[in-house]
Write a protein that binds this ligand. Sequence first.
Ligand SMILES: *Cc1c(COP(=O)(O)O)cnc(C)c1O
Length: 401
Amino acid sequence: MPGFELFGELERNEVNDVLDSGVLMRYGFDGMRNGHWKAKALEKELQSTLQTKHVQLVSSGTAAVTVALASAGVGAGDEVIMPTFTFVASFEAIMMLGAIPVLVDIDDTLALDPKAVEAAITAKTKAVMVVQMCGSMGRMDALQAVCSRHKLLLVEDACQAIGGTYNSKPLGSIGDLGCFSFDFVKTITCGEGGAVITNNENYHTNADHYSDHGHDHVGNDRGAETHPFLGYNFRISELHAAVGLAQVKRLPEFLAIQKRNFNIIRETLSQIPEVTFRTVPEGGEESYAFLNFFLPNLEISNKVMLAFKEAGIDGCFHYYNNNWHYIRKWEHLKDLKSLFPISKEVKEGLEYLKSKTFKQSDDYISRNISCLIKLSWTEEEVRQRAVKMGEAIVSVLKQSR
Ligand SMILES: *Cc1c(COP(=O)(O)O)cnc(C)c1O
């Protein structure tokens, strides 16, 4: 997945344009910038890549989720339904706005289970956030149907799935708003950066203003701009946008490498009857950023992870035992460890986490191993890796019989 593996001349040239003018900020300084508007150019490029009307770049993927929700009016006391398997940014962004994260089970797609979503809807529910984990997607038709039936906003976190599609639409462009991250380990990197995308003009105007202190961006005198509403600083810098501009043009190249490498490993592992793969909904095509597979049980998964380590196979994650991506180890959320007081509404709204169990999610995540697909591997390296992975899995399965 990581675009940084292929950082080179193109990226350097774009950054040098910015360094030559010295204008590191995305707004203003028109006369000094020698015609270089990297953030604007990247937004334009993403509009066509993501087939969407509006793109607002921001400082990170986490900021993108916050800005997306704020732009659609999600705030104090609203409930946002999100999956148990995601990155911690999901609940951070929701809670930043004073809203309440309502965690629900995932299904065999490793994304939100539409049935679990429907069961969690209350009078306070405002939005559903589907997180397109590890390069693939949830059952988007069913999720959209639930949202339209209950008049809820559908926000798509596609931070890990740029380049994936559903019924030929780019992931991130299907919900009311989509979010992307360009942090250092994502398929396309800016170093740090993110984007909010939408076809809704009003949400876009809100995102544009909100991410820059509420500035209305009318005219070319920042000091004279008015503030139609309160905002914050979630801006991206020109230096970061310049790197992204070079990277986004290489997306088709990155995706083709990922697909080749993914298919070699998948083909090898699919010869082992006990190995099954995450479900990709009909009409969907993954970005091939990760290969996700299921083993028969937790014990075997733990042993396979050890066998991978012994065989020197890196870049595979067992999220059940990982602190970042799965509810099981989010003690700081369950215990509400906050530097500052949290509102009564959010405290009460999160009481359920002390006792709620997620059996269905536990079943999938305890048996799932997720392997990063790297861009820098040669075909020969991938083949050797696939064989080693297969051997490690088969040896564990034999011992466990
Ligand atoms: C990386 C990531 C984010 C956050 O992006 P940052 O740019 O690191 O803030 C949010 N959601 C998911 C699913 C991610 O993988």
